[in-house]
Design a binder for this molecule. Structure first.
Ligand SMILES: CC(C)(COP(=O)(O)OP(=O)(O)OC[C@H]1O[C@@H](n2cnc3c(N)ncnc32)[C@H](O)[C@@H]1OP(=O)(O)O)[C@@H](O)C(=O)NCCC(=O)NCCS
Length: 131
């Protein structure tokens, strides 16, 4: 690739977005997604990894709330994640994150909608998102 001048090279770098491998897909968060999710949570701003975020705790959380947490992928790359569970009375969404390079494309909204849909199916009518 060649550029006419430094300005166009800089514009190219600033506007660069990863090549989409196709459709962004969403699916259930499985414990095998843990390492990629931790990398994503560390990458985004404003999300703290704390106690309760170790692999065993997340495994327990997923086991107690089957089918509710979601990930978004572009090919093999994880580009979004959300943990979702409930206490029988209220639903909770934790650690919603979208890869900064994929933000602003309605992916956050899609993950939240899928979490809420799962909560509704589980009979929950109220939910809180933890920020
Ligand atoms: C918050 C986050 C998940 C949004 O993901 P996204 O895919 O860029 O969001 P969407 O494109 O789906 O936007 C959906 C709506 O949220 C709004 N929005 C997105 N990011 C926002 C922000 N940081 N502050 C306020 N509103 C925001 C959008 O404007 C849009 O509003 P609209 O429906 O009225 O047009 C993403 O910015 C992120 O990962 N942030 C860092 C982690 C974080 O703060 N997580 C939140 C809770 S832990």
């Amino acid at each position: 690739m060649s550029f006419d001048n430094q300005k166009s090279a800089i514009e190219f770098v600033l506007n660069w977005r990863p090549q989409m491998n196709g459709e962004i897909r969403t699916r259930e968060f499985s414990i095998d997604d843990y390492e990629a999710a931790i990398d994503l949570w560390r990458e985004v701003e404003g999300l703290d990894i704390a106690e309760g975020d170790d692999r065993e705790s997340v495994r327990r959380f997923l086991g107690q709330n089957p089918g509710l947490s979601r990930v978004a992928t572009d090919g093999s790359r994880m580009v979004g994640a959300a943990l979702c569970g409930h206490d029988g009375r209220r639903g909770y969404i934790y650690h919603l994150a979208v890869d900064p390079k994929y933000q602003g494309r309605r992916l956050g909204k899609r993950l939240v909608a899928e979490c809420l849909e799962g909560l509704r199916r589980a009979g929950l009518e109220r939910a809180t998102i933890m920020v």
